[in-house]
Design a protein around this ligand. Structure first.
Ligand SMILES: Nc1ncnc2c1ncn2[C@@H]1O[C@H](COP(=O)(O)OP(=O)(O)OP(=O)(O)O)[C@@H](O)[C@H]1O
Length: 288
């Protein structure tokens, strides 16, 4: 399911330009959308989900123009959305919660709901906890319940907004793996400010800054933004004032720094292999 975005703008009341003429093409499969806080990711996700009207520009999802009522309806039928702040009813069990959402989504047949919910609880590994109240769930379990509700109507497009924020490392890895497994013939659009989540799940990604596209391409291309610009340096003194420190680890009586800089930040600095995070930070530095 392809998403085609052309010259998309969104200006909120009060004059905040959250999206500034965004052009973006998202193919089928897993796709990462990276950007710092306030870059416009949630605004874009909400527009795609049909919850917010753009100020101008066009969005087509699977060929349907979301500016038309028919187009929006067609997209909503094929879309699953896990918002950043999914509200749940804490006194419901996971099964009751999914049943309630399934009813809202128009799955009227009770046996059909029961079957679908049973399948989804398996997919998100919550079968054992299905009859526990949501108020006792961990952050990771709640996100998995959130994914299950987004999958109820078997969407061909799944949009997830900042899904791993606040999760512990094990839950984060589990959640990431689940998303990758769900991609396949679906489009999964993962919006996040956590570079590692994209590094571990996506081949293709876009970077948004200030409502504009700063980068689009594959992970390797973003990594290469930092080619010949990453350095390590161990020193007993302060960090070099030239370049951007991205890591500092105590070593012996001094510190080992990792820096991004166009040229060696000190005579004894050694070049290092860039990571995706380095590429992202190098891109941000260039765009300043
Ligand atoms: N309802 C609103 N009214 C006014 N301004 C808003 C509204 N929602 C978002 N904004 C502003 O629009 C810009 C983009 O916000 P958005 O939430 O889309 O970014 P984001 O990349 O998702 O950031 P975050 O990761 O912090 O959620 C920000 O400057 C934000 O303050």
């Amino acid at each position: 399911m392809r998403i085609e975005i052309s010259r998309l703008t969104k200006t909120y009341k009060g004059g905040v330009h959250a999206l500034n003429g965004l052009d973006l093409d998202v193919p089928t499969g897993m796709y990462g959308l990276l950007g710092s806080n306030g870059a416009g990711k949630t605004t874009l996700m909400r527009i795609l989900a049909g919850l917010l009207k753009p100020t101008s520009g066009t969005v087509r999802v699977g060929g349907h123009d979301i500016a038309t009522a028919d187009g929006r309806l067609a997209v909503q039928r094929t879309l699953g959305y896990l918002p950043q702040d999914l509200g749940v009813y804490p006194d419901l069990t996971a099964r009751q919660f999914l049943d309630y959402i399934a009813l809202l989504k128009g799955i009227d047949s009770r046996p059909a709901r029961r079957r679908r919910i049973g399948e989804l609880l398996e997919v998100v590994s919550l079968t054992q906890d299905a009859d526990r109240r949501l108020k006792g769930f961990s952050g990771g379990m709640l996100r998995r319940a959130g994914i299950a509700q987004a999958l109820l109507a078997d969407p061909r497009l799944l949009i997830v907004d900042e899904p791993t924020t606040g999760l512990d490392p094990e839950e984060r890895i589990r959640f990431r793996t689940l998303l990758s497994q769900l991609a396949g013939e679906r489009t999964v659009l993962l919006s996040t400010h956590i570079v590692e989540d994209v590094a571990q799940t996506c081949r293709l990604l876009a970077v948004l800054t200030k409502g504009r596209l700063a980068f689009t391409g594959d992970v390797g291309e973003l990594v290469s933004q930092a080619d010949h610009r990453v350095w390590t340096l161990t020193t007993p003194g302060p960090a070099p004032s030239y370049g951007r420190v991205v890591a500092a680890v105590p070593e012996g009586t001094g510190m080992r720094y990792r820096l991004i800089a166009p040229t060696a930040p000190a005579p004894h600095a050694r070049p290092a292999e860039p990571t995706l995070e380095d590429g992202y930070l190098a891109l941000m530095e260039t765009g300043r």
